[in-house]
Design a protein around this ligand. Structure first.
Ligand SMILES: [Zn+2]
Length: 122
């Protein structure tokens, strides 16, 4: 899946899966209609994803205190969502297909997040 990069009004960059027609949720891979979860000019939409519950521009804000990147924050939200919903096969398969993260990568991400070391070097 290709991505587009958007420089947000807060200065950090978000990378959003985009197949030329539709945008996808960075957390869970759900199709995001034809609007981007972040405005293309970098503004926040405050839109919720009905699948994983992320609210773009609100709950995906990286922690300034720890120097977290946006991608690291997304990883945290993704693991919290999978833990909450029980790692359903359909979810794990969609994440692999759309976001290119297989089950092994997700499990590695889970142990990183659980250790309180969400930083992956993104
Ligand atoms: Zn989502």
């Amino acid at each position: 899946m290709k991505t587009i990069k958007i420089k947000t009004m807060f200065g950090f960059v978000v990378e959003i899966p985009f197949d030329g027609e539709n945008y996808y949720c960075l957390v869970c891979g759900r199709v995001w209609r034809q609007d981007s979860p972040w405005d293309l000019d970098g503004g926040m939409t405050c839109e919720y994803c009905p699948v994983c519950g992320v609210q773009y521009g609100v709950s995906d804000m990286p922690s300034e205190k720890t120097g977290q990147t946006h991608a690291d924050r997304i990883d945290e939200i993704r693991i919290a969502w999978l833990d909450r919903t029980g790692w359903m096969d359909s979810d794990v398969e969609r994440v692999e297909k759309i976001l290119g993260l297989d089950a092994d990568q997700l499990r590695a991400m889970q142990s990183r997040v659980k250790k309180g070391d969400g930083r992956s070097g993104h």
